[in-house]
Design a protein around this ligand. Structure first.
Ligand code: AMP
Ligand code: GLY
Length: 434
């Protein structure tokens, strides 16, 4: 089978790399891809949101399965567009992708399905939102309804900050007019964060091993939030009971509610959770693999990824649940190397060296994100440049291998966090803080 992966980040490189290992796969294309997907697959110069050209390409090449990485094409309806042309594609429909594409939709679905989440109100006028904020005596989070490249969530400590957040989203429209037309104002929760990803098809849910992202740019969770500066898998869990609770109280009722609403979810359901003293609460849903979470996750996957994705697309995921999914018992760590200045402005076109050297290291894989090949050089082409990922006998060893590899790679202005996975080694969570 020929497969097509849509997107150009580290997640997409990991998908290409893993799909390439399937004995059933003959060719893997990536649109538009990066320098890494060009090494492990074949790049196609079509933008991820250019559905017409992607469909023409899929027909011409007789692509057997298209796998969508990023949220934007999903929210814009790429799955519906492909299916209308009888093309097989992995991901939720436009309606189902609203779980990520609209915070208002997601919160209302959770309220109706009794899924635990922060108390909230929805506003479409700033005046009413301001009045609400002035009458709350607890910290709040203000969220733009629509997609805002992960930036439309403002976590506030004071009333002044929350009022300013309303202004930024609704009045100054910093995240776009459409994304800020409605806002969610919700209670700020405290605890620790955890991402749980599951493959979902109809009513069947296959929960994947927990992964832990590191969103702030700098060590000790300092600095501005990024798309994710590194991740490790499996994240140590306080107890298997917690996973059970998350499945019973969050994943199952959400998936059933989507089915009842006649928008059955198919694809990856990613629940961003806060584990509080009162139990797990949903902060957000995403409708795709996390980036960088996919990198350490797929590094550990032993089952054929194509088999798993096929089972979702063909609505027979329960057969995979029965036969089980095989994971490498060793943990994995992914350290993101970023361009100086990210998540703010940064330069592009810096020469990356050391990649050949690192390619020889056992149990290490460098997933490319913002990279491009020019002549025989690999240059930086984005904020997050590489996801250096390693397997180790334990988390400490996986960390050591990943950081050894990082030290051998150079580009001007490169920076990375030095503490990916470190907290789990120094103080494994035994019970939720606070
Ligand atoms: P979201 O895109 O909704 O996940 O928000 C991005 C980040 O904002 C989350 O990963 C949390 O760190 C934070 N966040 C969102 N909602 C809340 C909340 N109700 N309380 C505390 N932090 C939150
Ligand atoms: N790493 C966070 C995300 O993929 O949304």
């Amino acid at each position: 089978m020929k497969v097509l992966v849509i997107g150009k980040g580290g997640r997409e490189h990991a998908l290409v790399w893993k799909l390439r290992q399937s004995p059933r796969v003959t060719r893997v294309f990536c649109a538009p891809g990066n320098a890494g997907t060009e090494i492990d697959g074949e790049n196609v110069a079509i933008d991820a949101n250019d559905f017409d050209r992607l469909i023409r390409f899929a027909k011409k090449e007789e692509i057997g399965l298209t796998v969508v990485g990023p949220e934007e094409p999903l929210v814009k309806g790429i799955v519906d567009a492909f299916e209308k042309e009888n093309l097989r594609i992995f991901g939720p429909s436009r309606q189902a992708a609203q779980l990520e594409g609209s915070k208002v939709f997601a919160k209302q679905l959770m309220r109706n399905a009794d899924v635990p989440t922060a108390e909230f109100r929805v506003f479409d006028h700033p005046a009413a939102a301001r009045h609400y904020i002035e009458t709350r005596d607890y910290p709040l989070v203000v969220k733009a309804d629509g997609l805002a490249a992960g930036k439309g969530v403002l976590v506030c400590s004071t009333q002044e900050e929350a009022l300013a957040a309303v202004d930024r989203i609704m009045v100054r429209e910093e995240f776009g007019a459409q994304a800020g037309r409605q806002i969610v104002v919700e209670k700020r929760l405290f605890g620790y964060e955890l991402s749980i990803l599951a493959l979902v098809s109809g009513r069947t849910i296959l929960t994947l091993p927990p992964t832990q992202d590191h969103k702030p740019a700098f060590d000790n969770d300092e600095g501005p939030n990024t798309g994710g500066m590194g991740a490790y898998c499996p994240a140590p869990m306080p107890s298997p009971e917690l996973i059970e609770e998350i499945e019973r109280d969050i994943l199952i009722p959400t998936v059933h509610a989507m089915k009842r609403a006649r928008m059955p979810f198919r694809g990856v359901l990613y629940a961003g959770l806060m584990i509080t003293n009162q139990g797990p609460r949903v902060l957000e849903f995403n409708c795709r693999f996390g980036d960088p979470e996919a990198q350490p996750l797929l590094m550990r996957l032993k089952t054929d990824l194509l088999d798993l994705l096929d089972a979702v697309v063909d609505n027979r995921l329960e057969t995979q649940v029965e036969s089980g999914v095989e994971w490498d018992s060793r943990p994995s760590v992914c350290v993101v190397m970023a361009s100086g200045g990210y998540p703010g402005p940064y330069s592009k076109g810096e020469v990356i060296s050391g990649l050949d050297d690192v390619a020889e290291l056992p149990d290490v894989k460098v997933f490319h994100a913002g990279t491009i090949r020019k002549n025989n050089l690999i240059l930086t082409d984005g904020g997050r440049v590489l996801g250096v990922t390693a397997l180790g006998d334990n988390l400490a060893q996986a960390r050591r291998k990943a950081y050894d590899a990082v030290e051998r790679i150079r580009f001007s202005g490169a920076f990375w966090r030095r503490d990916i996975g470190l907290k789990a080694i120094l103080s494994p969570p035994s019970s939720p803080p606070n």
